[in-house]
Design a protein around this ligand. Structure first.
Ligand SMILES: *Cc1c(COP(=O)(O)O)cnc(C)c1O
Length: 426
């Protein structure tokens, strides 16, 4: 007999009391919740809309774009850019002046990877792993071809497809390695690399470290500067709630910026763009990684979202993210494991981000059935159900409700009415 999840089950009480004690409980109302019955577990793909972002954008469009026009740059927009960067610096553990918002994550990765390889003279190898995001792999492959020198990319394989022990990276690092480029939290399984230890190991061998923090910023403690991370990139539309296609960011440790050349030297990366010199001279600091005119409206949308996170308190956000994944694992053990679900995410709290990925051979139709029952999550081929838990707006009771719905879908086999896509891919 399968474990039932009736309303009398003690885990409902646990969920209730965890919510009641949650210091971040009141932040949910800061977000637009169009349908209170919908359980949104996709905050790791696109975060919810903060209510204050709506007011902010309305104002900036009407009063600033509409009235200020070109004067906007001097009145606030230039200040806005550095204000947002400084707030983000707090969140990722960087010093002021080490962070720039610009372009997309992919473009920033390209700029930093090429810049890094061009100063790592005499080295030959770039290391990454197969847990990395596809775009990152495509770009690193291009970077080894396009950078000066004779580079090749070594992609470390993961034995279980979900994790990669530090020792494996350590073993691969030879004096020929110039750059190790990894995702902090891996998008499929939620596995988290120990960046602080990696940084030590990598630097002992004269290599540089480039970390993609797209899936960790805002939900996992980040101390990029103290960990001596050389370079980092990330996006602001996932757990940072900056909105669809919001500007990405890059981090360059302050001592490195003057040594690195942007391979896309645009006019706004110039030391003095408004002199309109015909010769390019890079800005002294991280500003040299700016290319063209930043998207002011999109940038303005990021600020209130970061404010919310800073008001909530970083430690509170990490603690809640951990609490949510931990609680989900107790639900998993009680109800989902007995129903044939596997777990791709590590059980040790320090080895995962704010994410749980379940393995099930029918993951695709189950994800469709779940969406029809208002549980919004990701399917990742071939067999993963991926859920992100956003500490500012997800609740413990939502997780219990989601698991109750998974049980009903599996027990009733209602997922069988969803047609298979080609190769299980929608
Ligand atoms: C989401 C994500 C990206 C997205 O890249 P964009 O260029 O901003 O679309 C890149 N890398 C990782 C690891 C991601 O999780």
């Amino acid at each position: 007999m399968m474990n039932e999840f009736p309303p009398s089950h003690p885990l409902w009480e646990t969920a209730k009391s965890l919510d009641a004690k949650d210091p971040l409980r009141k932040f949910r109302q800061e977000f637009m919740i169009a349908d209170p019955d919908e359980i949104y577990l996709n905050g790791n793909s696109l975060g919810r809309l903060p209510v204050r972002t709506v007011q902010r954008l309305e104002r900036i469009i009407r009063e600033q774009w509409g009235v200020w026009l070109i004067r906007g740059w001097d009145r606030d927009w230039l200040k806005l850019l550095s204000r947002v960067a400084d707030k983000l610096a707090v969140i990722i553990g960087a010093h002021p002046g080490e962070v720039l918002l610009a372009d997309s994550t992919s473009v920033n990765l390209y700029k930093l990877a090429i810049a890094c390889l061009n100063i790592q003279r005499g080295k030959k190898v770039v290391i990454t792993d197969e847990l990395n995001f596809p775009s990152d792999l495509y770009i690193l492959r291009a970077a080894v071809q396009q950078a000066q020198g004779n580079w090749r990319l070594q992609i470390l394989s993961s034995e279980d497809g979900n994790t990669l022990p530090l020792e494996k990276i350590e073993k691969a690092i030879t004096p020929e390695v110039g750059l190790v480029a990894l995702s902090h939290v891996c998008f499929r399984s939620g596995f988290l690399h120990d960046i602080s230890r990696l940084s030590e190991v990598i630097h002992q061998h004269g290599a540089m470290l480039l970390v993609d923090v797209s899936h960790s910023a805002g939900v996992v403690p980040l101390r990029l500067h103290d960990w001596k991370v050389d370079l980092a990139v990330g996006c602001t539309y996932k757990f940072l709630n900056g909105g669809p296609g919001s500007p990405a960011f890059l981090y360059v440790r302050e001592d490195l910026a003057p040594l690195l050349d942007n391979p896309i030297p645009g006019w706004l990366g110039h030391e003095n763009p408004f002199r309109f010199d015909l010769e390019y001279r890079p800005a002294r600091g991280i500003g040299r990684f700016r290319v063209g005119t930043p998207p002011v409206l999109a940038m303005a949308a990021v600020e209130p979202a970061l404010d919310l996170l800073l008001e909530a308190g970083q430690e509170n956000a990490y603690h809640k993210a951990k609490g949510l994944t931990e609680f989900f694992l107790s639900l998993y053990d009680a109800f989902l494991r007995p129903r044939g679900f596997g777990l791709a995410t590590p059980r040790e709290p320090d080895r995962r981000g704010a994410q749980i990925s379940l393995i099930h051979p029918e993951a695709w139709p189950i994800s469709r059935a779940a969406r029809d029952r208002k549980v919004v999550l990701d399917f990742r081929p071939p067999n993963l159900l991926r859920m992100g838990f956003a500490p500012l707006y997800n609740s413990y009771q939502e997780l219990a409700r989601a698991v109750e719905i998974f049980c009903q879908i599996v027990d009733s086999q209602s997922y069988r009415q969803y047609p298979e896509g080609v190769d299980g891919i929608p």
